[in-house]
Design a protein around this ligand. Structure first.
Ligand code: SF4
Length: 350
């Protein structure tokens, strides 16, 4: 496809959200990336939080973590370029040990994934022997390796229910855990762990919980920012607005919303309904991407919140990534085998 054709396609979709001079420049970059992608037999996976010009120009597949994990598992290409954050690229590597997996920026981390270590999980499991453990996919491979199964925001409830256990360890997102505990009728606790070398203190539990969810105080630095006050202010000004929130938002925000679901579920909801206005409480770029896909719908923005990690992935860095084969994701084989098992169990549930 020529630069001009790509530019016209991008313009048709994005003229309301990206300035024209930027679109022209980005179409040139995108065309170079698409050429190189073919030459190197690569596939590009783009998360829903990618900035609009990237999102609508270079990915072969777009979606949420679960979608992209499935696509990563099915690809026959030699190279996977993951336009997302490190834990997502790691998941692609878990499922494709013989392929080269590239992450365009070394800085694309995640506050939530960084909130817990493999050692933390081992300590929790020692504390609650025999209790099954679930890790949100927003964790690093060594944490996935310590649990029984992974989940995403779209299948968290189904995964918890599949375990047929009264008590479940659910890590690391505090709000997602609270939301799933509420949905599955569980009380939630947040035990305090001793630091390595310390003796057990009175803050630790000395009983085995029944009918509970054992959570962790990890947070997504984007979704934790939305508040009830934000919702009230918007509803006052736009009484008919339909508000959608991600389950990584607090349970109070979720309860005050009209719909809560994964990024894909929110995209579907806007596409399939007709409200006077919509407000999507999630990462900013996704609001732009939904607006671009639904030009006939009135999308309100509450856009102070761009994920600083997702924001690291640019067209410039993606081009460099393909040119220089950087930054290659590597997971030690013993960790990979155990972490892949947790991800595969999740994919089997759907
Ligand atoms: S949006 Fe939140 S969970 Fe997603 S990568 Fe950014 S910090 Fe992590």
């Amino acid at each position: 496809m020529s630069v001009e054709t790509l530019y016209q396609e991008m313009k048709q979709k994005l003229e309301r959200v990206v300035p024209d001079f930027e679109l022209r420049y980005k179409a040139e970059l995108a065309e170079q990336i698409n050429q190189l992608k073919k030459e190197k037999n690569a596939v590009i996976l783009g998360h829903n939080y990618m900035e609009p010009a990237l999102y609508y120009s270079i990915p072969d597949f777009r979606g949420d973590s679960l979608d992209l994990s499935r696509k990563a598992a099915q690809t026959d290409k030699d190279i996977i370029v993951f336009c997302g954050v490190r834990f997502m690229a790691e998941t692609a590597k878990l499922l494709n040990p013989n392929k080269t997996v590239l992450l365009p920026s070394e800085k694309a981390g995640c506050s939530l994934a960084a909130s817990i270590t493999a050692q933390d999980v081992r300590q929790l499991r020692e504390r609650f022997p025999g209790v099954p453990a679930v890790a949100y996919v927003n964790t690093y491979a060594d944490v996935k390796a310590e649990v029984d199964i992974c989940c995403t925001s779209s299948n968290a409830r189904a995964v918890v229910e599949s375990l047929h256990s009264d008590t479940v360890i659910f890590l690391p997102d505090e709000y997602l855990a609270r939301n799933v505990a509420k949905e599955t009728g569980r009380h939630i606790i947040f035990p305090t762990l001793e630091k390595e070398g310390e003796t057990k203190t009175s803050t630790t539990l000395d009983y085995q919980p029944v009918g509970e969810m054992v959570g962790w105080h990890g947070r997504c630095e984007v979704h934790e920012k939305f508040t009830i006050k934000d919702i009230q202010a918007v509803r006052q000004q736009f009484p008919e607005v339909v508000i959608l929130s991600h389950p990584e938002c607090s349970p109070e925000v979720v309860a005050a919303s009209d719909f809560s679901g994964s990024t894909n579920a929110m995209i579907r909801y806007v596409k399939e309904t007709n409200a006077p206005q919509y407000l999507v409480l999630t990462e900013c770029a996704m609001g732009d991407n939904i607006a671009a896909a639904n030009p006939d719908k009135d999308m309100l923005r509450l856009c102070a919140v761009r994920c600083p990690h997702m924001n690291q992935i640019t067209l410039e860095d993606t081009l460099k990534s393909l040119q220089l084969n950087q930054y290659e994701i590597d997971v030690p084989e013993d960790v990979r085998l155990r972490a892949a098992r947790s991800v595969e169990r999740m994919i089997a549930i759907g």
